[in-house]
Design a protein around this ligand. Structure first.
Ligand SMILES: Cc1cc2nc3c(=O)[nH]c(=O)nc-3n(C[C@H](O)[C@H](O)[C@H](O)COP(=O)(O)OP(=O)(O)OC[C@H]3O[C@@H](n4cnc5c(N)ncnc54)[C@H](O)[C@@H]3O)c2cc1C
Ligand code: FES
Length: 501
């Protein structure tokens, strides 16, 4: 599964085989929108910056987003208002306005195409209309000019809609490309295929960062890795990882994508936008079927369900790409941005954008850069002071109980089930015990592979993802390729392979 953006965009220029060098002012782990924006801002301020990317630029959420740069964000504002003060809500909106303005200015300055579009949140039930009303009230409390609307170009019935005019949509790889070019022009480094794996002993005032390419010394380390790796704040325990699916379609003559950017507030969760192509056509992008990572029995069923929905409403649509990705939501509903505890403000991280990172990642980059230069913006100070309400604590306890339950049932079922003697069929994976140890065995492209089914992060029992052909952890969302290579999440290492393999 590969996104339209990653497939249709030219390769992004990096530093190739150069670096990382032994010393840098700042090391940024992760070349998504958070990492590259932070690196550019620091390079503009004269810092020597190296971006170390475990996979390739844009490989995870940023290259697989739906690319809406919007301040109308589903039910985010009403959720924040349920958990936090109106001052916090306004700070969140101000941060997102700053992020949106910075990004669009950057695109204008570099002649990167994007489309101005109205953003709509839709309801298809009466409960959905009540949720829209709460969102409208929250948006107005935050000073946004949101109002009721009646979109006329949707091929399905709705019970209500709210609208925020003049938002924007992008191809995220275009954005990463101009950021990467500017960073290289300012003598920054972007090194792909290098994973940050740990922290070694301090060398005078410098941190020692352990990587798959050896040790690097730096004054500041920025973890722009989705969920922060080297997590001293235990962020992974206060975050939930949500995976969802997206697909682009070529529509038959007479049908067209809606002009605005649409998102439903009730079930089934659906996001829609148009995607202009180089040949002047506009594809339809549809996304949805959000779930916690590693929890569904069949991921392929989620893809089929999305496709069936499109065929029902856009008969004859021809799918060009299908993909899937995950993003993280904090129990406080506010992104977690800033220095990790016990790091003397030297290790900074940003996560918890709840699938609204196009604005939140840029705001996080602005906040982190300001923090490194000792002048944090007021909205960032307010956001850092977010409170943990009784409801948040209850959610955290419930989530941890569910995590504990997943851990227990995963181990029980892995220990009780013996692995079959026959290899799994093509595209399938199975977990069971062999010699008393949980193993995962899968067959992909004709190759059968056995790996430890125990997640190296904190011992979760992995589950097979039949859409992406990967091993996914239901506890804190680490994912691994069939041969055990780490793909994403808080785990730092690959899965071990049994000796007899
Ligand atoms: C399906 C989906 C749709 C979305 N749609 C929208 C939308 O329409 N609008 C919106 O505003 N937001 C949207 N989002 C959210 C947005 O895409 C993300 O919040 C944002 O891209 C996160 O950017 P990031 O740079 O923090 O993380 P990522 O883009 O995930 O980048 C993290 C990078 O870190 C690298 N990495 C990880 N571990 C290491 C390590 N140990 N060492 C070195 N590198 C490492 C990874 O390989 C990766 O490249 C969506 C998200 C999803 C999943
Ligand atoms: S990601 Fe934490 S146990 Fe797997």
């Amino acid at each position: 599964m590969r996104s339209h953006w990653l497939d249709a965009s030219p390769a992004i220029r990096t530093s190739g085989s150069k670096g990382p060098y032994e010393w840098h002012d700042v090391v940024v782990a992760g070349a998504g929108l958070t990492g590259l924006t932070t690196a550019v801002l620091l390079a503009r301020a004269g810092k020597d910056v190296a971006v170390l990317e475990a996979r390739s630029v844009g490989a995870l959420a940023t290259g697989n987003t739906t690319g809406k740069i919007s301040l109308l964000q589903g039910n985010v504002l009403s959720r924040i208002r349920e958990h936090q003060s109106d001052e916090m809500l306004r700070a969140y909106v101000e941060a997102n306005q700053e992020g949106q303005a910075w990004l669009l200015r950057h695109l204008d300055e570099h002649d990167v195409p994007y489309q101005r579009r109205d953003a709509y949140t839709l309801a298809t039930t009466d409960d959905g209309v009540a949720a829209l009303r709460a969102e409208l009230t929250a948006a107005q409390a935050a000073g946004l000019d949101v109002g009721w609307a009646q979109p006329t170009d949707l091929p399905f019935d709705i019970t209500g809609a709210i609208r925020l005019a003049d938002q924007a949509q992008i191809n995220p790889m275009d954005v990463l490309q101009v950021l990467a070019e500017e960073l290289l022009d300012r003598n920054g480094l972007i090194v792909e295929g290098v994973r940050v794996t740990g922290l070694g002993p301090r060398q005078q005032e410098y941190l020692t960062v352990e990587t798959s390419a050896g040790e690097v010394h730096t004054y500041h380390l920025v973890l722009a890795t989705g969920v922060p790796v080297l997590d001293r704040g235990g962020h992974f325990a206060t975050l939930s990882a949500h995976r969802s699916y997206a697909a682009t379609y070529r529509l038959p003559a007479g049908l067209a994508p809606p002009h605005g950017m649409h998102l439903s507030i009730d079930a089934p969760d659906r996001t829609l936008r148009g995607v202009p192509t180089a040949d002047g056509e506009e594809l339809l992008l549809v996304g949805g079927n959000d779930h916690l990572v590693g929890r569904p029995d069949s991921h392929a069923a989620a893809v089929d369900d999305l496709d069936a929905w499109v065929q029902q409403h856009y008969p004859g649509a021809r799918r060009t790409h299908t993909w899937s990705a995950q993003d993280y939501r904090s129990i406080h509903q506010i992104p977690l941005v800033g220095a990790l505890p016990h790091s003397e403000e030297r290790i900074l991280s940003a996560t918890g954008y709840a699938k609204w990172g196009m604005t939140n990642a840029v705001a996080a980059a602005l906040a982190i850069t300001a923090q490194i230069h000792d002048h944090t913006p007021r909205w960032a100070e307010t956001l850092n002071a977010h409170t943990t309400s009784a409801a948040d604590v209850a959610t955290g306890i419930k989530d941890n109980v569910l995590v504990g339950a997943q851990l227990a049932t995963g181990w029980a079922s892995a220990e009780l089930t013996s692995l079959p003697h026959e290899a799994p069929l093509e595209g399938e994976g199975v977990v069971g015990q062999r010699h008393g140890r949980p193993l995962g065995v899968s067959t992909v492209d004709g190759t059968t592979c056995a790996v430890s089914a125990v997640c190296p992060h904190m011992g979760g029992i992995l589950r097979w993802n039949d859409a992406e052909l990967s091993w996914d952890c239901p506890l804190h969302a680490s994912r691994f390729a069939p041969d055990g290579t780490r793909l994403e999440g808080p785990a730092l290492h690959d899965l071990s392979r049994p000796r007899e393999e």
